[in-house]
Ligand binder design. Structure first.
Ligand code: GCW
Length: 848
């Protein structure tokens, strides 16, 4: 017993040493430290600062954020520049990095920092020489400000910006810079793609909260100062007494990072949890119940941030049950929080999801404005209306929500979605800051005089509101890289940077993120930044151009292509494509009147098709397929061209990424490569599905002859099938030809005969990978097995459709005329080894 225990310990130690050595090698990075890797800088970058950064770090003040600032400075300088930085307790003669609040620094070290103010939660970074010693001073307006200043200094070192003579003051643009996490207490995440919850498991807060601290650190590095940790489709039980100590543990871990905790609440809780006969917001017992809940929470969590509330939306209960208004609902909660300094985020995402689609005047886009505009001025001063950036729901292209311009006497926050629900669910790379930035900079022409971009409105500037700002729906998970895709981390980074300063350019954000996350190699920086910056327009081109919105399965997984899923149901994401034309008529003149919700200066841009920007044309207008865009191209031809262009661009991302081999650590190189390769294949599915659908609907052929004409493609339905049976696919456009083939037996084969002249080819096998099982495939050429794989991907569907459509590419296959490629499928656990087609392309047509 003893011996075996001993040998087990030795084995573990040896394993530990191996793992340690391995994790230190250039070959393995998990992405977990994200942009805070503090990896050793290349000498050119390091040289910009190496000599001017003191290696002693002196913190003034003992609060947890200031201690964290000190630890980060030591770890960051050691990691990036080397040497032996250390925390000191006295100002050393050779100079130091000195971090503390402005007040403490002035008191403890007079003369170090000149007169001057710093705005709330801001900092002052200043290089100064006192009695011959060079110091770098980080003076925060608050403890948080010190931490933000420390992270900023480290970022500058990381990107190679000289700080030798820095003298910079900075402060956040708005007080609210929060994230929401749509986590359920069972540990799953609604619209989360990076694994299970870092907060919850099995109906309670997790025992191991180590990822929460790490996340707090990432948030603090961006200046994010609040987080809600449970889904807005809230479970009432989170407010019960037994949960308070649990959520207090989370708050304790986030506090050192300056991040306040928030909970999402269910408006019916006074009844369902409190056992009151009602949840009427005007009922005295209900008022008292909310007050008691807030009082209890603040006893355990003195810096508790407040609540988020989704009411009267998508089946959630709300004030309408009692004929009360959203203001009544928000205020009952706001008044419970007010004595403690808390705020309520009341979501503006209110609409009827049972709308009559036959009525051409009905329009979901109108809903937020119709619901909230009449209530302007009725919300308490600690209530904030949290408004999604567009009037529908995080679609690939939406106009700015008109509600931002409509609430002059109400606090607002913009809700941006970091998690890529309608953006390929982290299986596609889509860098969202360029899209957000368009909204933030969009001038709604409201207020008295001067421009009124959304960023100025939500921050409270335009209408002189006491609070407001930015909320990002983040939904990180336990996956080592947080989101399920390394490149998706840039969305959190970009959200945080824009929430801090919405005037930053997206090019700067992409550049910074890439340098910090992948290093300063110029080719790496150029390539990754370019992929990121082009990724949203590219995604738009193949998933929903011209304001069509994301043409996905909106009643299902919101992932794969399904052009008509939006139609003939009450959810109101209609594009109204038929055989004559396409688009929603939202004009005042003949449509739903949505455009009239904007100020005249804006509505006149949208009201006529002539003035309307092309990228929103079909959001605002119903036009014939032959309608000419500003470019002169017809709508239908644009739809075709854009899908082909988008798919080709993704393929180019993959080629560009391949150029980084050896310049990025092997692990992340391979993982991103696999992601981009998959995305390349999916973009082709989108391209073919959407263009075939519109070709059929419009009856107008592609001028360039590509749609419905796929050289080298052999449909599985046309192959010689043994065991396989032909199956119609729904929706029809998501499978090539007339459908797919499925294997109802233990195993089946499909033989594809090659008829062209001999040569070298790339052979693509297009198959379906659903999430029930792990079917196996084998490809044989003559007697030789040339490929074998298992379809075990975590695609979000059980069905054979656009979501599950996958591909396997065999490169450089020598074929002679008459050769037969046999694909053998072995089903598993309900996965039928389904096939769509085989496509044989000469290697010479491969783009380099
Ligand atoms: O986009 C929709 C999502 C829902 C989400 C809802 C919301 C949390 O599909 O999953 O619910 O928005 O924002 O409330």
């Amino acid at each position: 017993m003893r011996i075996s225990l001993y040998s087990r310990t030795i084995r573990r130690l040896v394993l530990g040493v191996i793992l340690l050595a391995w994790s230190g090698s250039a070959g393995a990075e998990t992405g977990q430290p994200a942009w805070l890797r503090y990896a050793r800088l290349d000498s050119a970058t390091a040289d910009r600062n190496a000599r001017v950064i003191p290696r002693s770090v002196l913190t003034v003040g003992s609060s947890a954020p200031i201690q964290k600032a000190g630890e980060e400075l030591v770890a960051g300088v050691r990691g990036m520049l080397g040497g032996e930085p250390r925390l000191v307790t006295q100002l050393p003669a050779e100079g130091a990095i000195i971090a503390g609040t402005l007040t403490d620094l002035r008191r403890e070290h007079p003369g170090l920092i000149p007169d001057g103010m710093v705005a709330t939660d801001g900092y002052w970074l200043k290089a100064t020489t006192v009695r011959g010693a060079r110091h770098l001073v980080i003076a925060g307006q608050s403890d948080r400000g010190v931490l933000y200043g420390a992270f900023t200094l480290l970022r500058k070192i990381g990107v190679g910006e000289s700080v030798a003579s820095i003298d910079q003051k900075d402060a956040p643009y708005a007080p609210i810079r929060w994230v929401n996490e749509w986590n359920k207490i069972d540990g799953s995440i609604e619209r989360g793609y990076g694994g299970r919850s870092i907060f919850w498991e099995g109906g309670h807060i997790r025992d191991d909260l180590s990822r929460v601290s790490e996340y707090g650190r990432l948030l603090a590095s961006l200046g994010i100062n609040g987080i809600s940790i449970n889904n807005v489709n809230a479970e009432p039980i989170v407010l019960s007494a037994e949960f308070i100590p649990q959520v207090a543990r989370v708050a304790d871990l986030l506090r050192p990072w300056g991040v306040r905790l928030v909970l999402a609440i269910d408006f019916g809780s006074p009844q369902s949890l409190g056992k009151l006969p009602t949840y009427d917001p005007l009922d005295p017992a209900v008022i008292a119940w909310w007050k008691a809940r807030a009082d209890d929470l603040y006893k355990a969590i003195p810096d508790f941030g407040g609540f988020v509330l989704k009411a009267d939306s998508e089946g959630r209960v709300g004030p309408s049950a009692y004929g009360r208004t959203h203001a009544d609902a928000a205020n009952v909660v706001a008044r419970a929080l007010a004595p403690h300094g808390g705020v309520i985020f009341y979501r503006g995402f209110v609409y009827d999801h049972h709308m009559d689609w036959n009525n051409p005047k009905n329009d979901r886009a109108r809903a937020a404005n119709d619901n909230f505009r009449p209530l302007d001025g009725q919300f308490d001063s600690n209530a904030i209306i949290q408004i999604k950036h567009g009037p529908i729901d995080f679609q690939v292209r939406e106009p700015t929500s008109p509600l931002f311009g409509a609430l002059e006497r109400t606090n607002q926050a913009i809700e941006l979605q970091i998690t890529q629900e309608y953006f390929g669910q982290a299986r596609h790379t889509v860098f969202l800051p360029p899209m957000w930035k368009e909204t933030l900079d969009f001038d709604l022409h409201v207020g008295s005089g001067g421009p009124s971009p959304v960023k100025a409105i939500v921050s409270g500037r335009t209408f002189h509101r006491p609070t407001g700002g930015f909320v990002g729906v983040s939904n990180v998970g336990l996956n080592a890289n947080w989101y399920g895709n390394h490149l998706s981390q840039a969305n959190l980074y970009g959200f945080g940077r824009l929430a801090w300063n919405p005037d930053l350019s997206v090019a700067q954000i992409a550049d910074e993120w890439t340098r910090l996350t992948f290093g300063n190699d110029p080719l790496v920086v150029r390539t990754i930044s370019r992929i990121q910056l082009e990724s949203w327009p590219t995604y738009e081109r193949y998933t929903g151009p011209l304001g069509l919105q994301t043409l996905t399965d909106i009643v299902g997984n919101h992932y794969g292509v399904a052009v008509e899923a939006s139609e003939r149901n009450g959810w109101g994401q209609w594009h109204r494509a038929d055989d004559k034309g396409v688009g929603m008529d939202r004009t005042v003149k003949s449509g739903t009147g949505f455009i009239g919700q904007y100020a005249p200066a804006v509505s006149k841009q949208y009201e006529t098709a002539e003035n309307c920007p092309d990228d929103l044309l079909l959001f605002m207008h119903h036009v014939p397929y032959t309608h000419r865009l500003h470019s002169g191209k017809s709508v239908i031809q644009y739809i075709y061209d854009s899908h082909y262009a988008g798919a080709a661009e993704v393929e180019q991302f993959l080629r560009d990424w391949d150029g980084l081999k050896g310049r990025v650590d092997d692990e992340r190189f391979a993982e991103v490569r696999a992601q981009l390769d998959y995305q390349t294949g999916q973009a082709i599915v989108w391209r073919d599905a959407v263009s075939r659908w519109f070709a059929k609907a419009s009856g107008i052929a592609d001028e360039r002859g590509r749609v419905n004409n796929y050289p080298g493609r052999i449909e599985a339905e046309a192959a010689t099938l043994t065991g396989y049976v032909v199956k119609a696919v729904t929706p029809w456009e998501t499978a090539s030809g007339d459908g797919a083939v499925e294997c109802p037996a233990a195993s089946c084969t499909a033989a594809f005969q090659f008829a062209g002249p001999a040569g070298k080819f790339d052979v693509t096998v297009r198959y379906f990978d659903v999430n029930t099982g792990a079917a196996r495939f084998r490809v044989k050429l003559g007697e030789h097995t040339v490929a074998e794989w298992t379809a075990a991907d975590r695609i979000p569907t059980r069905r054979i459709d656009g979501s599950s459509s996958a591909r396997y590419v065999l490169r450089d296959v020598s074929l002679a005329s008459g050769d037969t490629i046999v694909v053998e499928g072995t089903p598993d656990a309900g996965e039928t080894a389904a096939l769509d087609y085989v496509e044989i392309q000469p290697v010479t047509s491969r783009k380099q």
